[in-house]
Design a protein around this ligand. Structure first.
Ligand SMILES: [Mn+2]
Length: 328
């Protein structure tokens, strides 16, 4: 729920959406269910409102979300600065400009109205309007508020997109980020036509055998560290390529390590495209964001990530040492 001090920003966001005739919706790099679901729900709203609209992101669209209506409209784009000043730029679920698309800060400085709708506590507020709600378990909760407060109504395809966003970001309502309000949003989306079991089939029961075997490879490499408090596993570039997969195939895989009894820090290290990607999950009192920051990354307190250039083996060594250090 949006606190009263942020109500003003919410109102400004809604009035800018009503007023501007051309929207560009931006999703974050390695797009997940939250950024994609929120982006596509807003895309559908824009069409209904008669806007000229596009939805963009710097990385390809993930296969598992292709069932969501309008997913075929997503365009890959590396620089947004050639957009017109009078376009409304809406960034969804993006904590900083480098996770978005180049050019947003430049457009903001030139006078473009840029909107940042997000729930990451470490958001750098890089837009002209920043609606940041760290209490939300997913950006989808904030977008649902926008639909309700803007009196836009909600079509079933929009409810589907937002339910995907909500349920993937809070681990199907299991993570500690889930609140009573997350369930109120879910209830609203179900009333608006989201089919929860069908969505779960598309999102979670849709693996290829090769992906499952790729997960198996990661599981077989599980290392328990710090007297059982931390666990990690890893995948090399050739593992991922030989499964015909990309990083979206391991989206959420790290959560499975948290199922080990006693483990309160879990890390997946993936080597792909010449860089090393860390996905980190923790339970209190450990901070995933703090561990990510050691590696130049960030995110939520209990779910964060980092991209680390350089030799895979060195990153793995540094990671093992850091996990031992965290648990002293
Ligand atoms: Mn999110």
């Amino acid at each position: 729920m949006i606190s009263s001090d942020k109500n003003n920003i919410l109102k400004k966001v809604i009035s800018s959406m009503k007023e501007k005739s051309s929207w560009v919706i931006v999703c974050h790099e390695n797009p997940d269910g939250d950024t994609i679901g929120c982006g596509l729900a807003l895309y559908s709203l824009a069409i209904r409102l008669g806007k000229k609209v596009s939805i963009v992101g710097k990385d390809p669209f993930p296969d598992r979300y292709q069932f969501i209506p309008y997913s075929d409209q997503y365009l890959q784009c590396l620089d947004i600065s050639d957009n017109k000043i009078n376009d409304l730029i809406i960034c969804v679920d993006i904590s900083n400009e480098s996770r978005a698309i180049k050019g947003i800060e430049k457009l903001t400085k030139l006078g473009s109205l840029t909107i940042n709708i997000d729930h990451h506590g470490d958001n750098t507020k890089y837009c002209s309007l920043n609606l940041i709600v760290p209490e939300a378990s997913a950006t989808a909760e904030i977008i649902t508020d926008i639909f309700i407060d803007g009196d836009f109504g909600m079509m079933d395809n929009e409810a589907t997109a937002l339910y995907v966003a909500l349920s993937t970001d809070n681990g199907n309502f299991r993570f500690s980020s889930t609140t009573a309000y997350s369930h109120i949003c879910a209830s609203y989306l179900l009333y608006a036509g989201a089919q929860q079991s069908e969505i779960d089939d598309f999102v979670n029961q849709n693996l290829t055998m090769l992906t499952l075997k790729l997960w198996g490879k990661a599981f077989s490499r599980t290392e328990i560290l710090a007297n059982g408090k931390a666990a990690l596993f890893w995948l090399r570039e050739e593992d991922i390529k030989s499964a015909g997969a990309n990083l979206s195939a391991v989206d959420g895989l790290v959560n499975k390590l948290m199922r080990i009894k006693g483990v309160n820090i879990a890390v997946l290290l993936c080597e792909l495209d010449g860089t090393n990607k860390l996905s980190i999950r923790t339970r209190s009192p450990y901070s995933a964001r703090e561990i990510a920051s050691v590696f130049g990354g960030g995110g939520h307190i209990q779910a964060a990530g980092a991209k680390v250039d350089g030799d895979f083996s060195k990153v793995l060594l540094k990671l093992r040492a850091e996990l031992e250090k965290q648990c002293v």
